[in-house]
Design a protein around this ligand. Structure first.
Ligand SMILES: *Cc1c(COP(=O)(O)O)cnc(C)c1O
Length: 420
């Protein structure tokens, strides 16, 4: 793409953007003077769709009107409520509807998946994670090892960038598997790394893991609603994600879970069970042996919080209207523009650590600013930019294609330049 460094050019891109009217479907935070902020933090908490309030209000109204009968008599009955989310969610992560369910929260789902898919033996018990994995994932994996009586110092293998590099290389994962593959029980990789913004080749990782007899799972916290992970096609055994980052479903909202269809009827897998995973026909008889639903739904534990589900439903409807292919296609252009403008600063203290290749990243760019400290981030905030700071010297900015535009990106770089 041939970009140009001018406000006029950014505005002309916005005028031509087929998704431009989606920006008006979101609520933007403002500063104390009432000016709209430049919000580039969808990687941490996505903005609120205007319709979310209406969707939640509907459930409050039905609760007021029907009480317990709302389970069957609400406009959107609560008993099967999670089913209303499945189709749209499946499209976004590239899965079959039976492979996807919205339930619990991300770290809970990660534990549930490891109960089923991390089955250590005397000789095959190690777990591989990428070295800069999100702390919660690392704690979850380490605690699973300990739960099985294993020492994380021995059982956890880190896939690390080489000395002096920021990104992980696939060849290095191949090398680990070539030497220790028959000791590895599980590869648990973040699909898109929260710190560097690097997206990993999910299908190649899955094939590598399976070739050596390991299970493979992904954490899509920074992938869902951002990249196109094509989960079914990767062949991964499981995946988990949250819905409050790129999926705009509100703070602490529920997570998603993918279980590949090859496991959908496998009742021999160990699993922590609850009544919502039980056969819908006999769930309320209460006296049956646990009879798991086929597919991802069979891992549900509890009847879900409908108010949170309503917020997810509102957001997924916005995505469905936009079409996820269009969202991703705009995202590549928008982040490409951010990259072009940052390069155009010609500032040798600035280093984009996120991969340059668009297949290897989502919308986020992680900008390392040498010799900077958190004061830089504070100044950006004072200048009306909401971004995210990671010690020691990285600003993460994530233009979200549904509500950010080319002018936001241009304006951000102008303000950054002034501060630098
Ligand atoms: C955001 C994030 C989490 C947060 O987990 P919760 O259980 O939703 O609090 C975990 N892992 C990764 C990789 C994340 O990016």
């Amino acid at each position: 793409m041939q970009y140009q460094n001018s406000l006029q050019y950014a505005q002309s891109c916005d005028a031509k953007d087929s998704l431009k009217h989606f920006r008006d479907k979101f609520l933007f935070p403002k500063n104390s003077a009432g000016e709209q902020l430049i919000y580039l933090c969808g990687n941490s908490l996505g903005l609120q769709p205007k319709r979310t309030q209406e969707y939640i209000q509907q459930e409050l109204n039905d609760w007021a009107k029907h009480g317990v009968e709302g389970h069957t008599d609400a406009e959107n009955p609560w008993l099967p409520y999670h089913e209303f989310l499945t189709q749209n969610m499946a499209v976004i992560v590239g899965a079959k509807p039976s492979e996807v369910v919205i339930m619990n929260t991300l770290t809970t789902n990660l534990h549930l998946m490891m109960v089923s898919f991390y089955k250590p033996t005397k000789t095959r018990y190690k777990i591989i994670v990428e070295s800069d994995a999100f702390p919660s994932d690392k704690y979850a994996v380490e605690s699973q090892l300990k739960f099985h009586g294993l020492d994380p110092k021995d059982g956890l293998i880190l896939w690390k960038p080489r000395q002096g590099e920021e990104l992980c290389r696939f060849e290095d994962l191949e090398r680990i598997m070539a030497t220790q593959g028959d000791e590895v029980a599980l590869l648990m990789i973040g699909s898109t790394n929260y710190y560097t913004g690097q997206s990993f080749p999910l299908k190649k990782i899955t094939q590598l893991g399976h070739k050596h007899g390991a299970m493979v799972g992904f954490d899509l916290a920074h992938g869902a609603g951002n990249i196109q992970p094509n989960l079914h096609d990767t062949g991964a055994d499981f995946a988990v994600w949250c819905s409050y980052k790129y999926l705009n479903s509100g703070p602490g909202s529920l997570g998603g879970c993918f279980v590949h269809e090859r496991h959908e009827k496998n009742n021999d897998l160990p699993r922590f069970a609850g009544w919502w995973g039980h056969n819908k026909q006999t769930r309320f008889n209460m006296r049956h042996e646990f009879d798991p639903l086929e597919g991802a739904e069979g891992w549900q534990l509890s009847n879900p919080p409908i108010l949170s589900m309503a917020a997810i439903r509102a957001s997924l409807d916005v995505f469905a209207e936009a079409g996820f292919e269009n969202v991703r296609s705009k995202s590549e252009k928008l982040t490409g523009y951010l990259e072009y403008l940052l390069d155009g600063l010609n500032n040798e203290n600035i280093n984009i650590i996120t991969p340059r290749n668009k297949e290897d990243r989502g919308c986020q760019l992680s900008i390392q600013v040498k010799n900077a400290d958190k004061a830089l981030h504070t100044k950006l905030t004072q200048a009306g930019v909401i971004s995210d700071w990671r010690e020691p010297d990285v600003i993460r900015v994530a233009p979200a294609p549904l509500y950010n535009n080319f002018e936001d990106v241009w304006e951000f770089v102008q303000r950054l330049k002034k501060i630098l």
